[in-house]
Design a protein around this ligand. Structure first.
Ligand SMILES: Cc1cc2nc3c(=O)[nH]c(=O)nc-3n(C[C@H](O)[C@H](O)[C@H](O)COP(=O)(O)O)c2cc1C
Length: 171
C-alpha cells in the first residue's frame, strides 16, 4: 500500500470489533509516530497506550461522553511537555504531536486498523486518569482497533478552494 492509498482509504472509525491488536502490529503504529519529524528534532512527546478495560471505560467520560471509544481495544493518547512557540507563532508541541499522530493514523490504516482523531476531551481529566505529569499536555487522543463499519469517504473541498498559487489569493 502506498501513502496516497492510505490517505484515500482512511476514515474516522466509530465502531470497533472486539478483537485485540497484536503487539507487533501495535508496535508498527507506534514506530510510525516515533519516526515522525519534530521541531528541532526534540521529540518531546509521549504516546500513552491505554489497554486496560477499566481505564478505557473511564476515558469515555474524560472524552466528553464519546461512548464509541470504549469498544476499541486501545486508546492512543499523544502528549508533549515542551511549551514553546516557534518563530511562526505556532506551538511546537501541538504541531509535533499532530504530525506524529497523523503518521500513526496512516500506518494504522495500512495495518487494517481504524482510528478517529479526538479533539473533544478534558485535558485535565485524561491527565489525572492516566497519571500524566503536570508539565505535560494532552494534544490528541484516538481509539485504535479493527473497524466494525465501512464508511464512505466524507466530502472535501475542491482543490481550487484550498490552494492559491503565488500572490493570487482568492476568497
Ligand atoms: C482536530 C480534530 C478533532 C476531531 N475531534 C473529533 C472528536 O472529538 N470526535 C469525533 O468523533 N471525531 C472527531 N474528529 C474527526 C472528524 O470529525 C473527521 O476527521 C471529519 O469529519 C472528516 O471525516 P474523516 O476523518 O472520516 O475523513 C476530529 C478530527 C480532527 C482532525
Amino acid at each position: 500500500m502506498d501513502v496516497m492509498h492510505a490517505i484515500l482509504e482512511r476514515r474516522s472509525i466509530r465502531r470497533y470489533q472486539n478483537r485485540p491488536i497484536e503487539q507487533p502490529v501495535l508496535n508498527k503504529v507506534l514506530e510510525a509516530g516515533r519516526l515522525a519529524p519534530s521541531a528541532r528534532n526534540q521529540q518531546d512527546w509521549r504516546f500513552v497506550v491505554v489497554k486496560d478495560p477499566d481505564l478505557r471505560a473511564k476515558m469515555v467520560d474524560a472524552c466528553c461522553g464519546q461512548r464509541f471509544i470504549q469498544d476499541a481495544p486501545v486508546h492512543l493518547v499523544v502528549c508533549a511537555n515542551n511549551v514553546r512557540d516557534m518563530a511562526c507563532g505556532q506551538p511546537a508541541r501541538t504541531v509535533d504531536c499532530s504530525i506524529a499522530l497523523s503518521f500513526m493514523m496512516l500506518e494504522a490504516m495500512e495495518c487494517g486498523l481504524g482510528t478517529c482523531w479526538l479533539g473533544s476531551f478534558d485535558n485535565q481529566a485524561v491527565k489525572t486518569l492516566l497519571r500524566i505529569p503536570d508539565d505535560y499536555q494532552v494534544v490528541a487522543v484516538t481509539p485504535l482497533g479493527y473497524p466494525d463499519e465501512q464508511v464512505d469517504a466524507r466530502p472535501r473541498k475542491a482543490l481550487d478552494q484550498v490552494v492559491a498559487y503565488d500572490d493570487q489569493w482568492t476568497d
